[in-house]
Design a protein. Structure first.
Length: 282
């Protein structure tokens, strides 16, 4: 009834007529603003949930490792009589109970085996000091973990994952690991800081932890933005010699390389690639 009344008034009032013309545009604008606000809130909540999940996984990883880390036999005694313990050592009074998801697994001493009880797709853990600290998974294809977290939750953050065509024990000549460039600074977003040579000089090493007994150490030799249409993305088609020849700076005779890949959020066809040479398996 109100609408028809407005139409009747608009027939005799030019101002009302113009208002009627703009009303649909205003309604559409309000709808778009509401939709954008909803998506912003949804993205924020998703990002918060993903960060909480991965922080819990880090806590579990560190907790299991520290629980089985030998305490020093003879800590240094300061003049005030207080012993000095290394920062990395956690004494019994600092320990916290295992999360519910790990109850019954207290006997497992290897953090990797512990986390594999949560997700069998776990193949390793990646660390760049004070920059990257995440579990690595490998799915049946490269879409499995694009929008699925380590614990199987649907989330835009996804997971850090290895190319499904690679060997899960990192013995290919070239291994590729992917992660999203999240706008909240999580996942592989911090890799963009390595484009600064000064920052890269202080964060040269990537550690891939395969088990409590085996860690691979890579040294970063290049950080480049590339166009995906002009690069080889299938790791089985890449060789160590080809990578060494294209990036340069790799130690002579390098037999294995690691590539970390993430988006730039500038161009859909661009990727930031971090190239690293294996220097120390131990």
């Amino acid at each position: 009834m109100l609408y028809f009344s407005l139409i009747f008034v608009a027939r005799f009032d030019p101002v009302a007529r113009r208002s009627m013309l703009f009303a649909p545009l205003i309604a559409i604008g309000v709808f778009l603003i509401a939709l954008s606000s909803y998506r912003l809130i949804e993205n924020h909540l998703e990002g918060t949930a993903a960060r909480a999940e991965y922080q819990e996984l880090r806590d579990i990883f560190e907790m299991i490792a520290i629980m089985h880390h030998p305490l020093p036999q003879a800590p240094e005694i300061h003049s005030d009589g207080q012993p000095e313990l290394p920062d990395a050592v956690m004494t019994a009074e600092h320990a916290t109970p295992l999360p519910d998801m790990l109850q019954g697994l207290e006997g497992l001493e290897d953090p990797m085996e512990t986390l594999r009880q949560i997700n069998p797709d776990l193949i390793g853990w990646i660390r760049i000091e004070n920059l990257i600290n995440y579990p690595i998974v490998q799915g049946r294809d490269n879409s499995r973990y694009l929008n699925t977290t380590f614990q199987g939750r649907r989330n835009a953050s996804g997971a850090i994952f290895m190319d499904y065509r690679n060997s899960s024990v990192f013995d290919d000549e070239v291994s590729i690991i992917y992660g999203h460039n999240m706008r909240n600074g999580s996942m592989f977003a911090p890799l963009h800081r390595l484009r600064d040579p000064a920052f890269l000089a202080e964060h040269q090493y990537i550690r891939i932890i395969l088990s409590a007994q085996e860690t691979l150490v890579y040294r970063i030799v290049a950080a480049r933005v590339v166009n995906v249409w002009y690069t080889v993305n299938d790791p089985t088609q890449l060789t160590a010699a080809a990578v060494a020849g294209s990036v340069r700076g790799a130690p002579s005779g390098t037999q294995r390389f690691l590539i970390l890949s993430t988006c730039t959020n500038v161009d859909d066809d661009e990727r930031l690639r971090i190239y690293a040479a294996l220097i120390e398996p131990y």
